[in-house]
Structures are given as C-alpha cells and as structure tokens.
Ligand binder design. Structure first.
Ligand SMILES: Cc1cc2nc3c(=O)[nH]c(=O)nc-3n(C[C@H](O)[C@H](O)[C@H](O)COP(=O)(O)O)c2cc1C
Ligand code: SF4
Length: 630
C-alpha cells in the first residue's frame, strides 16, 4: 500500500526512509534564538510518527537576517547544543534532519528595535513596509560567510543536510528576481549570489546534503534553476512570495486553494535532482499518487504533519481513517504571525508534546453526557470516549459541527467544515460515542440519562443589538448561512469584523443574484481573519462585485435606509439603501442550559463558546480538556 510514498529516496549522501517531508516551518518554540525542549519534543513527535525528512525552520545565517525575535540564530556557536539535541531525538526514529538556512533581506517581520533591512537594492517592500538599503560588497561577503558558518555548525551538530532558502522572495530570490536587483556590480548577475552561497556551504560542510528551496510559481526561480541544479542534491518547491499581500497567501495557502495545488506547477523543476513538492498536500493517498505520477520525488506535508504527527505510520499501516486531517484553518501560521508557540486548532496536542500526551485509558468507566455537537462538544465526546468512558452526545440540530458546519455553506469554509466533520466522524466512531441528533437537552432529559458528569458545550448565538431597525427586513448572518438565499434584492451586510460570518454571507448573497454592500465596522477588512484567508476573501468579493464600505458603525434603519456613523468621526453620518439588512455583529454565549443544570446536583463541565464566544482553537482545546477532566 502506498508503495511510491514509502519507498526510500536518496538525497545526495543520505537516504530517506520514505518520501514524506516536514518542510521548514517556524514553531516559535525558540528562546533567545535557540531551540527549546518543547522544540525538541515537537520534532521528535513527527519523527516518531515516521516522517522521512524533517527540515528545521528558517534559521538566520547572520544577525542582519533575524526575521523575528523567535528566529533561530544558526550562525551562533551555541546553536550546536540545541541542534544536537534535536538530531539525537529524531535520528533514533530513522528520520533525517536538515536545517533551512535563511536570510530575509528586505522581508522583515520583527518589531522594534529592528536592524536596518538589507537587500540587493534599496527598493521598499510593500507588505511589511520595509525600506531596505543596498548591501555593500563587504556585507554580501559577510552574509555568504554566515551561510558557510551556519552550515559548518549544522554539520558539527550532526545534522544530515542544509537547505538554502531561495523561495518566497527572501534574500537569495531578491538577487535573481527582476526589478529587485538593480546593481551594476558583479552581484547584478541573477544567480551569482545563490551559486556563491552554495559553493561556500559545500566547502564548509562537505559531508552534508545540500538543497535549495524555490517558489514554483516564480518565473525567475524557474529561470535560475538550470544554473543551480548541478550544485544541489535536491530542490524543494513551494508557492508564494512574501513581499505582496496576494503573493503571501501562497506561502501557506488555505482552502479554497485546491488540494495538491503545487502539483500543477512542478513540471519545470522535475528534470534535475530529487524534487520535494509542498503546498496543500494533505492526503497520503494523493501524496503517493503525486510521487507515482512523477510530479515530485517526495511530498512536503507540512500542515498535514502539524495536525497529525503520526500520519506516516498510520498511512503505512493502512489506517487511513485514523489520520487526523488538516482542515486548512491556518491557525498554525496565525500563531507564528502572533509570535506565540505553534499550535493546531484541530489537534491541541501540537506544540504541547511535553504536557499533553495521548488520551489515557480510564480505570473507572463513567457515563458522560455531552450537550452540544459543535467543535467543543465533539472534542469533549471524542476525548472522553477514547479514554474508555461511555459517552452520549446530544445535539439539538440535525447535524453536528455547530458554527463550523454553518460556515461550511460558504465556499471559503466548505473544505474546513467537510474535513472537520470527517475527522470527528472517525474519532467518535473509534471512541464508541452515541450521537443523538435533534435532541433538546434540559435538566430533566439529562438527569434521565443518569450521567456521572455532564459537559455543556452549547455554543453561542448571534448578538441582537439594541438599535431601532424598522421598515426593513432584518436577518442574522447565521440565518443566511442556514440558507437557501434568494436573489434580486439590495442587501447591506453590517459586519463588525470579528469573524468571517458577514463576509461569508456577502459571498453567498451576491452569488444568489443580490446587489450586496458590506458595511465594515472595523478599521481593516477581515480584521480578525488570518491574513492569508483575508487576502483570498478580498479577492473573491472584489471579483464578485460586492461593494465594500469602510469604517461604518450601524446606528439604525428605517424605511429601506440603513444608517451609519463613521467609526472614527461619529458626527459623520451616512446611509445605504437596502431591502435586506444582514447582521454580523458578534455573538453571545448560549448559557441557558449551564444555568438550569447548575441546581440539578450534577457534575458539570463547560467548554467552548458557552463560556465566552471565541474561536475554533479554544473550542477544541477546552472540549479536549473537559473530556479529560470528567
Ligand atoms: C507555521 C508555519 C511556518 C512556516 N515557516 C516557513 C519557513 O520557516 N520556511 C519556509 O520555507 N517555509 C515556511 N512555511 C511554509 C511551509 O514550509 C510550507 O511550504 C507551507 O506550509 C505549505 O505546505 P503545506 O500545505 O504542506 O502546509 C511555514 C508554514 C507554516 C504553517
Ligand atoms: S492549525 Fe489548521 S491549518 Fe494549521 S495544521 Fe492545524 S488544522 Fe491545519
């Protein structure tokens, strides 16, 4: 089974036990630019799960290239001890370990005090608003020496290889990307910097495998490949570029970017050394097919492994239903952008490898009732059930999934809802959870089930503002998502910006033939969405013809006119004409049951939005913890 994926692959001096790769990704499990014990445990979990190759995260080769306060400093002698610890932890499982050597050039995320940004030429970078100065020749030499030194330190730590980051418009790519290199010295030659780095790295660490990462959707990268292919043992391709909003989305593309998106663009990179292809490969069967079809030699399955570190072992054993599938929510990269340790919304054990082990089998089986089939309730039921408790899950609606299932009506969230549903279908089945749909729970029905403990996960309901809304049809975003939508109306969506529900409604209502304006009640469009999802949403709504009106706070409606005031200058009032007003103004916790069971003498645990409306990550984390504590 999956023979192509599980055949070994030679990469220069090393052999990989299979073709599943955890590509470079920042974990923020880094303290003072060095790996922590949590970092070691995180990667060991992925090695134990059978990953063939782990490429450690973008690691700075020079003090001027520290992307954030949590970037590893590969040029420092004291990195050796930490890298050695990681190597010892993963090598015992047969996994090979490389590190990505990195300099961001004019791409700089860190907050003040920042080092001056350095680039081939002084050209401001629009996404992070960085204004670099042009590197002097001495500085270029110093950075090249930093690559060499970092490679030598990686070798000293016992790693198997290094990967030079030349993807995503970081420094090496800035040298070969037209328009970013306006030099008139020898470094104007596009491939010269990358070739010089590769030569220096080879000389400094002759025993290591050496690879290069390129963006497969960059024509400049494809053009440079011919010159560098003979200098590397493998090529790793991904998508995207850091300097623009739309380009950055490709770096960690969320759905609805199609599954296996990378496969469409690997062809120009396929003729040389072994090719690792990464981006939206989430299914081991698909990964095997891509290798078998020659689209790549190995599959980067980065978020797939962030979600389920045991994916390779489960797939090899044919336990495909047991694989916890990445739902594409981008919670992981949101943690990176927030500067907090890596986490996975779907799997709360990710990033907590040292504190949260697998569900322990209970010696004292109890009868547990979980009320609410949203993510928090599903997680609680799965966790308690897999510990061996007898679990009954009560859901008042006709399906589980809660707000995620609702959001799944919109194209931007359909895959997320499908994947989450699939994951919990298998988890609940494996944990022998009995699910009762269309079952209202109250203290009497719960008591009749004679539970030893109850988990209340009743979620949240829409906030209803205390505003005069007269002479116009008013609906909540949740009701639009419940569908179906009819067309032919002028629609105003009042979107407070705290979640995606307003944008999801705008998308659905425009597609149904309405004339839709979103009145944005936040400083920025999609303010609380992960930025890559926000970028996709903006593109989608602009293309659909949805109008976006900024900085509008709803104050009322009458006779087909919806009234607003400016968020910042409230004396500036405005109106939009509409037949239908959709409210997406936040949620309030649904606590009716919590309050009514409190007096019934039951052991009650609470989880998710009923405690306070928040996001998916909190819901699943709290559900899991509630499932553990029953
Ligand atoms: C949290 C996070 C951090 C990342 N950091 C890096 C990085 O340090 N260097 C890099 O080349 N790519 C980085 N990436 C991109 C991944 O290597 C990979 O190309 C991307 O996640 C798409 O692959 P996937 O669909 O398998 O997740 C990061 C991705 C994530 C999720
Ligand atoms: S946080 Fe979301 S996107 Fe990231 S690995 Fe987990 S499920 Fe996938």
């Amino acid at each position: 089974m999956l023979e192509s994926l599980f055949s070994p692959l030679r990469v220069g001096p090393v052999e990989l036990q299979n073709r599943i790769v955890s590509t470079a990704h920042q974990t923020t499990l880094v303290h003072e630019h060095l790996p922590t014990e949590d970092f070691v445990a995180y990667h060991e979990a992925r090695a134990r799960g059978g990953t063939g190759l782990i490429v450690l995260e973008a690691t700075a080769v020079h003090p001027s290239g520290l992307l954030t306060p949590h970037t590893l400093a590969g040029y420092r002698e004291d990195i050796v001890a930490g890298l050695t610890r990681v190597g010892e932890a993963v090598h015992g499982h047969g996994t090979r370990l490389f590190v990505q050597l990195f300099h961001g050039g004019r791409e700089q995320i860190s907050s003040p005090p920042r080092a001056p940004a350095l680039a081939p030429s002084a050209i401001p970078s629009p996404r992070f608003h960085v204004e670099p100065r042009a590197l002097s020749e001495e500085e270029i030499d110093s950075i090249v020496a930093g690559f060499a030194r970092s490679a030598a330190l990686a070798a000293k730590a016992g790693l198997d290889g290094v990967e030079i980051s030349a993807a995503h418009e970081y420094l090496a790519a800035q040298f070969f990307t037209p328009g970013l290199n306006r030099r008139d010295d020898e470094w104007s030659e596009p491939a010269r910097f990358l070739l010089t780095v590769l030569g220096a790295v080879r000389a400094a660490a002759p025993g290591l495998a050496v690879g290069v990462r390129l963006s497969a959707d960059s024509e400049a990268a494809a053009a440079v490949l011919g010159e560098v292919a003979s200098s590397v043992d493998y090529v790793s391709v991904a998508l995207g570029g850091s300097s623009t909003y739309r380009g950055s989305t490709g770096i960690v593309p969320p759905p609805p970017v199609p599954e296996n998106a990378i496969a469409a663009v690997t062809a120009p990179f396929g003729d040389g050394p072994p090719l690792v292809a990464t981006s939206r490969i989430v299914d081991p069967v698909e990964a095997d097919r891509l290798v078998a079809d020659g689209r790549c030699d190995a599959a980067g399955m980065t978020r797939a492994l962030i979600t389920d570190p045991d994916l390779p072992r489960k797939a090899r054993e044919g336990r495909l239903d047991d694989v916890l599938r990445c739902i594409g929510c981008n919670g992981c990269i949101a943690h990176y952008h927030a500067g907090t340790p890596i986490a996975c919304a779907q799997n709360p054990r990710t990033g907590r490898e040292r504190s949260m082990g697998p569900a322990a089998r209970t010696a004292a089986r109890r009868r547990i009732v979980v009320v609410g089939g949203g993510p928090a309730g599903l997680a609680a039921a799965a966790e308690a059930g897999s510990a061996g408790h007898e679990v009954v899950l009560l859901e008042r609606g006709g399906q589980t999934g809660g707000q995620v299932a609702l959001a799944g009506a919109a194209p931007m969230h359909a895959e997320l809802a499908r994947s989450l549903g699939r994951n919990y279908r298998h988890l609940l089945e494996a944990a022998n959870v009995e699910t009762r749909l269309e079952t209202m729970a109250d203290p009497e029905t719960i008591t009749a089930l004679a539970p030893d403990a109850v988990v209340v996960a009743t979620g949240a309901r829409p906030h209803e503002p205390d505003l005069p809304l007269d002479g116009i049809e008013v609906v909540q975003a949740f009701d639009v998502l419940r569908g179906p939508s009819r067309g032919g109306r002028r629609v105003v969506v009042a979107d407070w910006g705290g979640d995606a529900s307003g944008l999801a409604c705008a998308d659905l209502l425009e597609a149904a033939g309405n004339d839709v304006t979103v009145a944005l009640g936040s400083a920025a469009f999609g303010e609380t969405l992960h930025q890559y999802q926000r970028n996709l949403y903006a593109a989608r709504l602009y293309r659909a013809g949805v109008r976006l009106s900024h900085h509008l706070e709803l104050v009322g409606a009458d006779g087909g006119r919806v009234r607003f005031r400016n968020l910042f200058a409230p004396e500036l009032e405005s109106e939009l004409s509409a037949d239908l007003l959709v409210l997406a103004l936040g949620r309030i916790p649904d606590r009716d049951l919590v309050e009514s069971v409190a007096g019934a003498g039951l052991e009650v645990h609470e989880a998710g939005d009923c405690l306070g409306a928040r996001g998916l990550e909190e819901a699943i984390l709290e559900g899991t913890l509630a499932g553990q504590s029953v």
